[in-house]
Design a protein around this ligand. Structure first.
Ligand code: SAH
Ligand code: SF4
Ligand code: F3S
Length: 440
């Protein structure tokens, strides 16, 4: 018998958690773990959690409740909680759910192997520090196994913006950027393993200011230009950006950098200046619209995406209508929208709340408008030629699935393309969730 142990990781929340889950799996690889898709087969279950909205946090506790039966069957099973709920709740998690063996905050993943060892001798392990060292650097080098053609790479973490509704500055800490040379090394490693598209990640990715090669600090645009020179890397994306950090060089790169894809996620949250002010966003609806104009001047076909919160404390009908007006003015290709969720410890939590049925109604109306825009943008792709990076086989024999430069899902029937191939495709029709294309 080998002493291979199985690790099951369930990931909630944003792409940064997806990236972190991969790195945690690799870190625990050194302790003899391989990943499994089945919680029943696992020797360790890790929930990599999100704290952004109330429902996200509550999901963690109900999932932990469901794991009780598994743990009863298999007392050696170790259960860990990582991510933003771990950071926010810390030891409280173990108090509320004693079956939890390990709680690790997002800045302490490099300490995971040592923590796992402690759980093996029956101890509980808790670490929610914000250590000085770069956790990614302290994690062992990424293994060389081949991997999917599109990958995430975290370049910046944390946030200093303190929007009045948001827990991220508390769960992820202050803004920190990784040095450019480490990112470039990691990108080259990813390319060697078959990666052709990299999405640079950060809670405020365009606030990136990591130490550059040759001294001084680099902007995100400088980093993107350096990645543009990496042979074998074909596509670069980044997310999530803040409107106040869209530097001139980044806007310009959208028009001139060949590998930077024409897609930008630029959350605005609200179209009402009164609400934006109360949200502590430090931009106005007008400054956002002006910014969009400049971005579109640099890259006219760019697909824009956003985030919206409805029902923020004290939001009136007029405030909400201002948000709808802004959406009409921008014409989004994609957007995420949420009902405001009270987060304990954030400034907005103390303010007069909007009635739930009012917020629900606003969310419905906003989502209908976004769906309409999204569909129109998608439909306008019909007849156009796009490039598709094929990521996986489709549901039918011979069908291949991939993403266009605009991040639309595209499927091609009877395709000779292989996973990882980049090809020219003509869009022939637009469906609910994807576009159909033909190879050129
Ligand atoms: N750093 C990114 C996104 C962080 S969280 C940014 O600044 O854009 C992702 C999205 O979740 C936010 O853009 C916001 O729309 C939403 N969100 C954050 N806190 C929320 C809350 N308390 N209630 C509802 N939605 C929230
Ligand atoms: Fe949260 Fe605002 Fe920071 Fe985004 S910019 S992570 S919404 S505090
Ligand atoms: Fe959620 Fe933390 Fe990401 S709160 S959205 S997992 S930064």
């Amino acid at each position: 018998m080998s002493d291979v142990k199985k690790l099951y990781i369930k990931t909630y929340g944003c792409q940064m958690n997806v990236y972190d889950s991969e790195r945690m799996a690799e870190a625990l690889g050194g302790s003899g773990y391989v990943t499994t898709d089945s919680p029943e087969a696992a020797d360790m279950i890790l929930l990599n959690t999100c704290h952004i909205r109330e429902k996200a946090a509550e999901k963690v506790y109900s999932e932990l409740g469901r794991l009780r039966a598994l743990k009863d069957e298999k007392p050696d099973l170790k259960i860990g909680v990582a991510g933003c709920v771990a950071q926010a709740e810390g030891a409280e998690i173990m108090r509320r759910q004693p079956l939890v063996d390990l709680v690790v905050g997002p800045q302490s993943y490099h300490r995971l192997p040592a923590m796992e060892a402690r759980t093996r001798v029956g101890e509980k392990a808790l670490d929610t520090d914000f250590p000085e060292e770069d956790k990614f650097e302290a994690l062992k080098a990424r293994p060389k196994a081949r991997r999917a053609p599109a990958a995430f790479l975290t370049v910046q973490e944390g946030c200093d913006k303190f929007c009045a509704f948001c827990v991220v500055p508390y769960t992820r800490g202050a803004e920190v950027s990784r040095p450019a040379d480490r990112i470039l090394t990691e990108a080259r490693d990813l390319v060697e393993r078959g990666v052709r598209e990299i999405t640079l990640l950060g809670q405020n990715v365009n606030a990136y200011h990591g130490a550059g090669e040759g001294g001084g600090s680099w902007s995100l645009a400088q980093l993107i230009w350096a990645l543009n020179d990496v042979d074998g890397l074909e596509r670069i994306r980044f997310t999530t950006s803040h409107p106040n950090d869209m530097g001139d060089d980044l806007i310009e790169a959208h028009g001139t950098c060949p590998k930077l894809m024409p897609y930008l996620h630029l959350p605005v949250q609200s179209g009402s200046d009164r609400i934006l002010k109360r949200m502590n966003r430090s931009h106005t609806a007008e400054s956002y619209l002006k910014l969009i104009e400049r971005i579109r001047a640099a890259r006219p076909d760019i697909l824009l995406s956003g985030d919206f919160i409805v029902g923020f404390p004290e939001e009136t009908d007029a405030d909400f209508e201002a948000t709808m007006d802004l959406i009409r003015a921008v014409n989004y290709g994609q957007a995420y929208s949420f009902k405001y969720s009270t987060r304990p410890g954030t400034p907005a939590a103390e303010r007069p709340q909007v009635a739930d049925d009012v917020a629900t109604d606003r969310l419905k109306r906003l989502q209908a408008l976004i769906a309409q825009q999204q569909r129109a943008v998608q439909d306008s792709m019909v007849g156009r030629e796009v490039s598709v990076l094929f990521e996986k086989p489709g549901r039918f024999d011979g069908q291949m699935m991939g993403k266009s430069e605009y991040l639309h899902a595209v499927h091609v029937d009877d395709s000779p393309a292989r996973v990882g191939e980049l090809a020219r495709v003509r869009i022939v029709s637009s469906g609910t969730n994807s576009l159909a294309g033909q190879m050129l």
